[in-house]
Design a protein around this ligand. Structure first.
Ligand code: GAL
Length: 351
């Protein structure tokens, strides 16, 4: 598993599970991710969410497609849609495996959270729904300005996409605009805490602000209790992990498939306040001539705890041929000042 090289499954094929997540259940590892096809077309979902299994995290067996696209144009998981950043968690109280993903269209206008459920870690996952979460709920940190009806009305009237290039992106009331229809849910991840409470962490408000939302006890819905972090910091690809009671986030900036400098943050409470501390990456990847400024030409996918060490899995996107996108697995180094570093390594394991 040399970082950036082809990672072959037990059939000798490059593993096809991008922007994915890992789950360990009954001593077996599962790796879920976006199945990519060749070419630029590969940005869209033509197959579904792929799953692999492993006993040792090194050799991965292809277990097929855990969530399949369909051919119903009315379905959010119709072939040719986007199914991005699939994450799977196990709900101990129901015994079900729950998958959340970014459910959207080619132009990224839908911005919903898709949910699917299965009795087995290998699936098949049954698609339940795609929604904009936290409808008609205000976050814990809501202000009077967020509830101001005049600013909500004015923001709704602007019917063009607001992104960080627009000056007014910093003044419009995106939270209020989406109060009645539900908040945008874009790049996303899941986290199950030590007390079995599960959280959905999603880029919202046109990608400008991160939302951290408590899920229902069965993990299938949002509870309506949520908070915001990194207001107007335009961050994507959230990767979350916890160590010694502290929560950590590793995120990218907002430049689509193009790599940018990562950002790190920590918090004592998952709901915040979150403290951002800059780019945790360090070092130089000679084979790819890339450094921390571009996260080694990668973007974070998820974190995984292997034998007590935290690793971050990254995707090195290949926009010309998505099926050939590569993986990098880097070990997190925790610092005395409470922050963490992510140094470049040729290979995650010394074998
Ligand atoms: C990235 C995001 C990907 C995908 C891509 C498309 O920033 O993390 O999951 O959405 O943009 O533009």
């Amino acid at each position: 598993m040399k970082n950036g090289s082809l990672w072959l499954d037990t059939n000798g094929c490059h593993i096809n599970a991008h922007a994915g997540s890992f789950l360990r259940h009954n001593g077996v590892w599962y790796w879920y991710g976006e199945h990519k096809i060749a070419g630029w077309e590969g940005r869209l979902a033509f197959v579904g969410v792929h799953v692999y299994s492993s006993a040792d995290f090194l050799s991965w067996k292809d277990e097929g497609i855990a969530l399949k696209v369909n051919d119903d144009p009315a379905s959010p998981i119709c072939r040719g849609c986007r199914i991005e950043r699939p994450k799977v968690i196990y709900c101990a109280s129901t015994g079900k495996f729950v998958m959340y993903f970014h459910s959207t269209d080619d132009k990224h206008t839908i911005a919903k959270c898709g949910v699917a459920v299965a009795d087995s870690p290998l699936g098949p996952f049954e698609f339940l729904y795609a929604e904009r979460p936290d409808k008609e709920c205000w976050p814990l940190d809501v202000t009077d300005a967020d509830k101001d009806e005049e600013s909500i009305r004015r923001t709704i009237e602007r019917n063009y996409i607001i992104n960080r290039e627009h000056e007014e992106a910093f003044t419009v009331n995106l939270l209020g605009r989406d109060f009645s229809g539900g908040q945008m849910s874009r790049d996303q991840t899941l986290f199950v805490d030590d007390d079995d409470k599960a959280y959905h962490i999603y880029a919202s408000e046109q990608n400008s602000t991160l939302h951290i939302s408590l899920l229902s006890e069965d993990y299938l819905y949002h509870s309506g209790i949520f908070n915001r972090a990194f207001h107007r910091r335009w961050m994507e690809a959230p990767v979350i992990f916890k160590r010694n009671g502290i929560y950590y986030l590793f995120m990218s900036g907002c430049t689509g498939w193009y790599p940018n400098a990562a950002r790190g943050a920590w918090a004592e409470n998952i709901m915040g306040p979150w403290h951002e501390f800059g780019n945790p990456c360090s070092g130089y990847c000679a084979e790819n001539d890339s450094n921390a400024e571009t996260t080694f030409n990668c973007q974070g996918a998820c974190a995984v705890n292997i034998d007590g060490e935290i690793y971050i899995m990254l995707d090195r996107w290949n926009m010309e041929n998505f099926i050939d996108s590569r993986y990098c697995l880097l070990k997190v180094k925790f610092m005395d000042n409470g922050c963490f570093e992510l140094p470049w390594q040729e290979s995650a394991f010394d074998i």
